[in-house]
Write a protein that binds this ligand. Structure first.
Ligand code: BGP
Length: 475
């Protein structure tokens, strides 16, 4: 009983949040490089503000991040010590194609990831690769308008052909787009979108999403052709929506809000735009740029597994119910749930909601699930020896692993693995801060970019090691 044999325990990171080395070895600039720390960050993330270069008034946390570009051997060795079976990381597209539209890839970029994958295998760690994690070369934005331009499907196809060919035998688990539903909430990070005055934002977002769905289906097809061993997954920011009360209006709102997020995964996992979504577009007067053959192509190339991030559940409220409190959550706010505790950033902590989310995704898609992000963002204070006793993180994670075990053992949910988010401290995607830490490994670096970059295992490091060694039994 418990977790299946071969369950893939590990941790997750994203290129722009940990690599740094933004201009090293021929790498081109990417969207996330130019998102600064501070008050201008959010309008950029949401595509409201055009800001596609560096300026002296701001600090850009992704430029150097934790410099994993130069520390990856040391970092992967530590992951090996914890007993990781898998490590989720993402490719920086602009390391492989600096501008995005070149014909020939940048060998130095390819070599970097090759070395990294080899380092993983040295410790028996299976790489799980996100092809794009909030990542788009700047040139594809300034020249083509980001993912609202269908040409990006072809550029992405060039990228994946190169990756699948070069890393055949080194990588077999792939995710096409990180949190694809975040296009709707963080369109600059999700799809390189910025909006002109008066532009129909919904049209731009749904168009970009259609192109990413096509690109994802292409990647799935090509991955299987190049190596039948390849397993391709979609990835969503997952969380069930609770109705604020049992008023039918609140229940309906929860149902509708969840569908906003699900529609993309419905296409990737079931191969069709669902009727509720098509009807919604019709009501909004939006015509998707669907070309001949697109729908058949999507139908023929569905993913092998469904992956998701889980941090918090959300609460929905109908129009007939107001005056409620809101709280921050992953990228966008949610109505506050009075029954739940919150993290220091206001994200609500809900282990049972994790079990509910696992069950609802499995009921809906009937495909194996891979939890590829989960964890607690907290302020860690090292003692005089640099050691962090992060019992609060252990407590959070133990409750979530227990809930996941219930989903597997008591409910029969089929799962491939679990990678906790930010297994080594890194830059926060939402805030750009370093002080919001998720890791089992402390990195000496602060919000302003100061620090030695020294890596030190926290208390949770040994705790997670024991969880993995017992295949999730000993939390
Ligand atoms: C997800 C992203 C990650 C990550 C995480 C935590 O949305 O896929 O990149 O950062 O959330 O969010 P934050 O960094 O804002 O705490």
């Amino acid at each position: 009983m418990g977790f299946p044999k071969g369950f893939l325990w590990g941790g997750a990171t994203a290129a722009n949040q940990c690599e740094g080395g933004y201009d090293v070895d021929g790498r081109g600039l990417a969207n996330v490089d130019v998102v600064p720390l501070g008050k201008d960050r959010f309008p950029i993330i949401t595509g409201e503000m055009k800001h596609l270069s560096f300026d002296d008034d701001h600090f850009y946390p992704a430029k150097e991040a934790i410099d994993m570009y130069h520390h990856f051997k040391e970092d992967i060795k530590l992951f090996g010590e914890m007993g990781f079976k898998t490590y989720r990381l993402s490719i920086a597209w602009s390391r492989i194609f600096p501008k995005g539209d070149e014909k020939e890839p940048n060998e130095a970029g390819l070599k970097f990831y090759e070395e990294l994958f080899k380092a993983c295998h040295k410790y028996g760690i299976e790489p799980l690769v996100t092809i794009t994690h909030f990542d788009c070369p700047i040139h594809l934005i300034t020249e083509y308008g980001g993912w609202k331009n269908r040409k990006l499907v072809d550029f992405y196809e060039n990228l994946v052909r190169v990756l699948f060919t070069r890393y055949k035998g080194l990588v077999k688990y792939w995710l096409t787009f990180n949190e694809i539903n975040m296009i709707l909430h963080a369109p600059f990070m999700g799809a390189g979108l910025t909006f002109e005055d008066g532009e129909d934002k919904d049209l731009a977002k749904y168009t970009a999403a259609h192109h990413e769905l096509l690109a994802s289906a292409k990647a799935t097809k090509i991955a299987h052709e190049i190596d039948p061993e390849n397993q391709v997954g979609c990835m969503m920011a997952g969380a069930v929506y609770y109705p604020y009360s049992c008023r039918p209006g609140d229940v309906w709102a929860a149902y509708e809000d969840a569908r906003d997020e699900y529609y993309l995964i419905d296409v990737q996992a079931r191969g069709e735009y669902p009727n509720y979504f098509l009807k919604r577009l019709e009501r909004k007067g939006i015509q998707l740029p669907i070309e001949d053959g697109d729908l058949d192509f999507l139908k023929a190339n569905t993913v092998d597994f469904v992956s998701f991030s889980y941090y918090a559940t959300r609460v929905s409220i109908g129009a007939d119910n107001d005056e409620v409190e809101f709280t921050p959550s992953n990228i966008f706010d949610s109505v506050k749930n009075p029954y739940l505790a919150s993290s220091e950033w206001g994200w609500q902590i809900d282990p049972l909601g994790f079990r509910t989310t696992l069950n609802s995704l499995y009921d809906r898609y009937q495909k194996p699930l891979f939890v590829v992000e989960n964890g607690l963002g907290a302020v860690d204070t090292p003692d005089e020896n640099g050691y962090v006793a992060d019992d609060y993180r252990i407590d959070y994670m133990a409750q979530h692993v227990d809930a996941m075990r219930d989903a597997v053992e008591l409910d029969g949910v089929e799962m491939l693995g679990y990678t906790s988010w930010g297994c080594i401290d890194l830059v926060s995607a939402g805030t750009g801060e370093m002080k919001k830490r998720y890791g089992f490994i402390y990195v000496d670096r602060d919000n302003d970019g100061n620090g030695t970059l020294k890596r030190t295992p926290k208390k949770s490091f040994n705790w997670y090691k024991q969880v993995i060694a017992s295949n999730g039994a000993d939390t």
